[in-house]
Design a protein around this ligand. Structure first.
Ligand code: SF4
Length: 172
């Protein structure tokens, strides 16, 4: 099993090793101190998958959300969802982090930040955009991987956590 990943490193990791779908959720959370349900689920499960513990996850979400709401409200309305992602509430099903296919097929409404940016947003880097426009979202993601790592791997990306793990092999 993996060692625990410290939440203090998430800002730098998000730039170096996160796929764009997770990087944009991280940046949105840091800037507005809130994510809507779809974003909390997508990002929360991903964080579990990269090795953030339940305790650290609670601290991470609490620290951000309480910048714009009372602690009481966080505990009542949001802490449950964090524990739920870690199978500590409800059906106690051990949810897996979402695959690319699942994320690409998400329904994304106005104000939502989850989903796959190559499908759901206007991204802006030529060759990457070309692929995204043609509907090759995961190839666009692979091009993005090579762009941020200055590599030429042409990986097949099927899962955000795979993106992270491949990145960590390079940046470590
Ligand atoms: Fe995330 Fe997959 Fe889209 Fe890449 S292709 S941004 S890993 S959902």
């Amino acid at each position: 099993s993996k060692s625990a990943l410290p939440i203090e490193s998430l800002d730098s990791l998000s730039m170096k090793s996160f796929p764009l779908c997770m990087r944009q959720l991280h940046e949105q959370l840091r800037s507005v101190h809130h994510l809507r349900h779809g974003g909390r689920l997508q990002y929360g499960l991903y964080l579990k998958g990269i090795g953030v513990t339940l305790e650290d996850s609670l601290r991470f979400w609490r620290d951000e959300f309480t910048k714009m709401m009372e602690l009481d409200k966080f505990e009542k309305s949001y802490a449950y969802n964090v524990r739920y992602n870690y199978a500590k509430e409800g059906s106690k099903k051990n949810y897996s982090p979402f695959t690319c296919l699942r994320i690409i097929n998400e329904t994304v409404g106005p104000g939502d930040c989850h989903g796959c940016p190559y499908r759901h947003c206007d991204v802006a880097v030529n060759d990457i955009v070309d692929m995204a426009k043609k509907g090759h979202f995961q190839i666009a993601c692979s091009r993005y991987f090579d762009a941020v790592h200055n590599s030429d791997l042409g990986l097949g990306i099927n899962h955000p956590n795979q993106f992270f793990e491949e990145s960590q092999k390079i940046v470590k």
